[in-house]
Design a binder for this molecule. Sequence first.
Ligand code: T1G
Length: 615
Amino acid sequence: MDQQAGPLRQERHGAVLVLVIDAPPVNALGHALRAALWQAIEAAEADATVGAVLIRAAGRTFPAGADISEFGQPPRAPQLPDLCDRIEACPKPVLAAIHGTALGGGLELALAAHARIARADAMLGLPEVTLGILPGAGGTQRVPRLIGAEQALRLMLTGKPVPAAEALALGLLDGVVEDGLEVAALRLAEGLVGRRLTATRDRREGMRDGAAYQTAVAAARLAQAGARLPAGARIVDCVEAAQLLPIEQGMVFERAAFADLVATPEAAGLRHAFFAERAAARFPEAKAEARPVAQLGVIGAAGSDLALLALQAGCPVVLVEPNRPQLVEALERIAAAQETAVQEGRLTPAARDADWERLTPALGAAALADSDLVLVADAGLLAEAAEAAPPGAVLALTGRGALPDSPRASDIIGLRLVGGRLAELAVGPQTAPEAVATARAVARRLGLLCLRAATPGGIAGRVMLAGRAAVTHLLAQGEAPARVAGALRGFGLPQLAPEAAAEASETGASAGRIIARVLSAMANEGARLLERGIAQRASDIDFALVAGLGFPRWQGGPMFWADQRGLLILRRDLAEWGQEAPEIWAMAPLIADLAAQGGHFADHAAQAGSGQKDA
Ligand code: T1G
């Protein structure tokens, strides 16, 4: 008997009821799925022919957590903590079979089951802290019971997942299989029919050494002292409560802490950053075929950073300079960066030598004849590169400025490194979708996050510059450097703080006033970039600042900040400050329009139409 009810499919294999979660893309535990699981467990309990339940997932992964898009909305029953308690309370053995990434609520669901098996390439983790929250479906109470405080706190405070083998060694899993997970899990479930397994809440393997438990809690609490974000300290409190309180009270304690944290502005900012990063990955050119890139060419001095990244990513690189002194200088720059990486243990001498093997230094653009993508550091070298590079090769300008006209305009794109982590792809009106797809594939190969902009691009730099201009103006108006620096540090923007100022961070009214000035200038510049179509959506601007220039992730970004505060307030402030310094605060018409409609920058993004993700 196989039946599909929305995100859950049911299959019967003898006495085993198999519940197959099927809610793409990542089987997030949204309301419909929770309700279907609840009903299925209730039905299994009542069905005398069911001897055991196996929960597994279809698609690319076991549930990767609660549905983050539901946060901030009124909770709908059954909530995840209750569903987990319901599964755990089932008198018939429940087995979870894990593949892909069992994260957050997904792992908590598996921990509510009475046994867990995973595929060897699965990853298990509790990343909630990266969203400014904590494992709120029993994780802070069940995990320490199995693996102790030290390891539980490591998982919850770093948010980093662990591979299945490590999870098994820790005690989170009961088995790992290289392959054939479905069959192995079914066999295991058949073996559990008629058996009564110990619920995780009643297990104590991780709590046998009470003193070690308290030592781990104390050490973690000390490490969290003074932390900017509140989630870490609340996680420590909950893990401590798991030892001190009976499970029911521990669960209530966790739930209260979760409710507090999910409502914090930091958690809202981190959720925004999560979705902004995903949205930025949606390129209109998503469906275009990337051209194969076997060799990268680099022409011009400023290209060496990208050349180094390419070498370290295993790409063969041809490095071209117009003359010997410049070529030697570029090679010395690469050699120096590699030496630093070796000294700091980020690169082994063997890997360094292998990188050199892949590098071909050359004088003259003719050496680019076999390069599939050429990084052109200076627009003045474009014609030469276009002449030498083979037909179909992508010509990526790494310098600032608009893309020049060229007979090869369809192969030309801007590719700028922002803060060493982000590649901003500036797309021209004639840039072919395949050229965009190719440049993006190369940027990802170099380990870079990608952002699409329309030429001339420069999103992150322009917005940060507007912030810097506001700081300069405030200082020129006699604002105390220490106060300005304190406010910026308190907000998480030390990179804009005046050099000379004291270290103190500052909060309170004056800090709020200073931050409002700086962030309003940034949001205003962002609005101008949206008006000009340089940025596709407001969240792209936030992503660019967060991923590229160290804007504090928990603040979401300048556009998100403005939306949270309200565009009516932004309009009011710009109307006043625009008189004082129009070059910084003269209001972008988009703000007046959106404020008049009671709208948000986020709404603007929707109107613009934003392409899909690549398949
Ligand atoms: N909720 C809602 N949507 C999600 C989601 C989630 N948990 N995870 C991913 N998506 C969407 C994402 O927005 C994108 O959508 C698509 O899935 C593919 O994601 C109670 C409270 C699993 C490692 O923090 O880390 O459980 O853009 O592009 O690169 O304790 O997604 O296609 O429309 O990232 O292959 C805890 C978050 C939640 C994990 C896959 N879980 N997800 O990476 O794909 S809090 C997490 C990820 C929680 C409980 C608490 C990654 C991934 P779209 P993607 P990917």
